[in-house]
Design a protein around this ligand. Structure first.
Ligand code: ZN
Length: 147
């Protein structure tokens, strides 16, 4: 499955948790893993808290660690070395467990697509692996256990 994302800024964090969760639920996998990955070299996938101040702090940290221009060699080609280097720090994928048909995320965890060289049209790939169990059957099973 693929998620299409239209980013609107050069650098931004976009919460994709509900889209990923919906696609996982559509797959009908009850127990398994979901790999969230991107093939782009100037974007990343991260998991953290969706709080506006923290999102600014994360972007400020990346700016501090990788300044916009520091004589990067790649800038001789297409002038976006900072975006590639920030993407290296973030990583291009995350894997999450699926438990009872849902992504196993902590209360404060969200999945973000991290745009480092937008605005662009982006794609996130979702690979879902696991065992398929119908909700009705699970319900019957838990009914049996309780009676
Ligand atoms: Zn480049």
């Amino acid at each position: 499955m693929k998620l299409k994302i239209e980013t609107t800024k050069r650098v931004e964090l976009i919460d994709i948790t509900s889209e990923v969760q919906n696609d996982v639920m559509k797959k009908g996998v009850s127990e398994g893993i979901c790999i969230i990955s991107t093939r782009h070299t100037t974007a990343g996938i991260i998991i953290n808290e969706n709080e506006s101040g923290l999102k600014e702090d994360i972007l400020n940290l990346l700016q501090k660690l990788v300044p916009t221009d520091a004589g990067y060699r790649h800038n001789r080609i297409d002038n976006n070395a900072d975006a590639h280097l920030r993407a290296v720090l973030l990583g291009a994928s995350e894997a999450l467990p699926i438990i009872q048909g849902k992504l196993e995320l902590g209360t404060w965890q969200s999945v973000f697509f991290a745009e480092m060289d937008g605005p662009r049209s982006r794609t996130v790939n979702l690979t879902v692996l696991g065992s398929i169990g119908k909700k009705e059957e699970n319900q019957e099973e838990s009914d049996r256990k309780h009676t």
